[in-house]
Design a binder for this molecule. Sequence first.
Ligand SMILES: C[S@@+](CC[C@H](N)C(=O)[O-])C[C@H]1O[C@@H](n2cnc3c(N)ncnc32)[C@H](O)[C@@H]1O
Length: 230
Amino acid sequence: MPKHEFDAYHDKYVKTVEDSIGFSGLDHSFFQISKTNKLADLVARHFGKDARPRLLDVGCGIGALHPYIASLFSSIHGVDISHSSIAEAKTANSAHDYKVYDGQHLPFSDNTFDMTLAVCVMHHVPPSEWENFLAEKARVVRPGGLVCLIEHNPLNPATRLSVARCPFDKDAVLLGAREMRRRLEAAQLASVFSEHFVFFPTHRSPLRQIERSLGWLPLGAQYLAVGEKA
Ligand SMILES: C[S@@+](CC[C@H](N)C(=O)[O-])C[C@H]1O[C@@H](n2cnc3c(N)ncnc32)[C@H](O)[C@@H]1O
């Protein structure tokens, strides 16, 4: 069984993230809620308010996001190259389905899911493999479904600082939203767009509304990038 970098973090993943973002005064759950709000808006907009799509989360790690997003999806399937992370995910989230895979070929047939997601994964994949990574995510999504990624925004100074402080990010190759959109288009995806988020250190409602209108501004700590399978 090959060892992967994240095997060493399965039991200290959240603490390691919190140590690297501690300077901001925000905890891991703040960012999980930000991502959940962003995904909830996207699912309602694309699939309909009461729709519950089938999700594949590629590079799901220990499944830390899944308790937050569980109510948005009819089923959650997670894959990762890290055996210990997948073992941890299975223990923590028995309602979902988890598999280890080889990082090259997703172990699912074409057109299986309504949506694929990858949260802070692509910057750990070697750039020479980005094309295949996106092609695989697109392959397993049904026509009309969505390929989604959430990534760190390299233009945000606080994001750069947290990446510099995080031991498992030492080899990270960050890519910005424009580059991600170009790559989603090259993967033959349609209606490609990106939206920045995490502008404010609160989820209070007036600021959440303002944040929704600021997606075009490449200053939020993270961004969501989306393409639709034709
Ligand atoms: C920063 S963690 C993010 C985990 C999870 N998505 C989250 O947001 O909590 C990055 C994850 O990507 C995984 N990973 C790295 N390369 C991968 C690849 N080629 N395919 C799938 N997962 C990969 C790592 O094992 C690790 O679990």
